[in-house]
Design a protein around this ligand. Structure first.
Ligand code: NAD
Length: 358
């Protein structure tokens, strides 16, 4: 094997605890050879004692040993750093948000084509077991035609770091919504959705939103509602699906679904006569049910680093794309659609984009 040499820009919760942590678990595929952070004490990692420390990302980009650059500083730097890295001839793995606007994404895609280098959006939650199971059940037809899905990512907590500040592109629209919109659009399908979104700053100390309500709608597609709240003392299930033959509910570790086999039930043609004995229509349904439990907890929950398994799945795919020319499993063009939805949410709520946004 020929491990891909990685340079990481921004060595915080993501750069260190998500990316370096996953890379350290797959030494045959990747190796961290350079680390850049503004804070000197953050330029080292015990698993990679030979990684070169850099204070400025441009120095890391000039390092010929670096093949793949992980862009993991605060949100406002993502698009410009990704373009600089591609222009320097590096492959790029860019943290979410994958830019703030479709213009950001287009500039990144153009740079990747010019440089003939891989540009990989980091959407590791696409590989989470619970999401994949929900997608499988919805696509299987078991629940009939899916007409409503609610994705709920809620809790009761305060936050006071840069992720609550617009100056850095913080706020839930570009913090956790990129994950949820990715899930939502996979479940929604290929149609272009009408988008409705409200935001609120309930408890966070910065000026950015910590609550988001988003609805995606199109004829012939399920209505998908995504909810992020900081004031949910009684959290709802993460997943809630309604279909014409049944439904599903659950969370990251347990899902359950039940359905009716309408073909075994009598036809119910429309009957416009007043009902016998002034009764309401009623019938006994025969329910079938099934459930799923995660082999291991896929998400330790709010405030914890995401589980490594989905991260490693994304890195494995990236290795195949870079070293073996395999097609990318999650493409920039796909994620551009997600960014388009988030950009609409931003514009709808008249939020000024951070400086540097195209
Ligand atoms: N995919 C995920 O599940 C996930 C999880 C957490 C964070 N993230 C993303 O990772 C990015 C970083 O978030 P975080 O939580 O790690 O923040 P963090 O504050 O923990 O880390 C950011 C690091 O970047 C450094 N930094 C800031 N400006 C820099 C610059 N110009 N050059 C080099 N280093 C710089 C900071 O010193 C800090 O160490 C964000 O875009 C966030 O959205 C993604």
């Amino acid at each position: 094997m020929d491990p891909i040499k990685v340079g990481i820009i921004g060595f915080g919760r993501s750069g260190c605890n998500i990316h370096a942590d996953a890379i350290a678990r797959m030494p045959e595929l990747f190796e961290v050879c350079a680390i850049c952070d503004l804070l000197p004490e953050r330029r080292t990692h015990e698993a990679f004692p030979h990684a070169k420390p850099y204070a400025d990302h441009r120095e890391l980009l000039a390092d010929p040993a670096v093949e793949l650059v992980v862009v993991a500083p605060p949100n406002c730097y993502h698009a410009s750093f990704a373009v600089e890295a591609l222009n320097a001839g590096k492959h790029v793995l860019c943290e979410k948000p994958f830019g703030f606007t479709t213009a950001d994404v287009d500039a990144m895609i153009a740079a990747s084509k010019r440089a003939n280098r891989i540009l990989q959006p980091f959407q590791q939650r696409r590989y989470e077991e619970d999401f994949r199971k929900v997608l499988e059940i919805c696509r299987s037809g078991r629940l009939g035609a899916i007409d409503f899905i609610r994705i709920s990512w809620v809790g009761f907590s305060r936050r006071w770091d840069w992720q609550t500040s617009r100056r850095f592109g913080g706020g839930q629209l570009y913090n956790n919504m990129p994950h949820l919109v990715d899930h939502a659009l996979e479940l929604f399908g290929e149609r272009n959705p009408a988008v409705w979104c409200t935001i609120n700053n309930a408890l966070s100390s910065g000026d950015a939103e910590d609550e988001v309500h988003l609805i995606l709608h199109a004829p012939g597609a399920p209505t998908v509602e995504v909810e992020m709240a900081a004031t949910a003392a009684y959290p709802l299930d993460r997943w809630y699906v309604c279909g014409t033959a049944g439904g599903l509910r659950g969370n990251a570790t347990h899902l359950e679904w039940k359905w009716v086999d309408w073909s075994k039930m009598p036809e119910r043609p429309l009957d416009l006569h007043p009902t016998a004995g002034r009764s309401y229509n009623s019938e006994t349904l025969e329910w079938h049910s099934d459930s799923w439990d995660a082999e291991q907890q896929s998400d330790a929950g709010a405030g914890a680093a995401p589980a490594p398994k989905p991260v490693m799945a994304l890195y494995s795919g990236l290795y195949r794309a870079i070293r073996q020319g395999a097609p990318q499993e999650i493409t920039p063009e796909q994620v551009r659609r997600r960014v388009a939805v988030l950009e609409q949410c931003y514009r709808m709520n008249q939020i000024p984009f951070p400086k540097g946004t195209r």
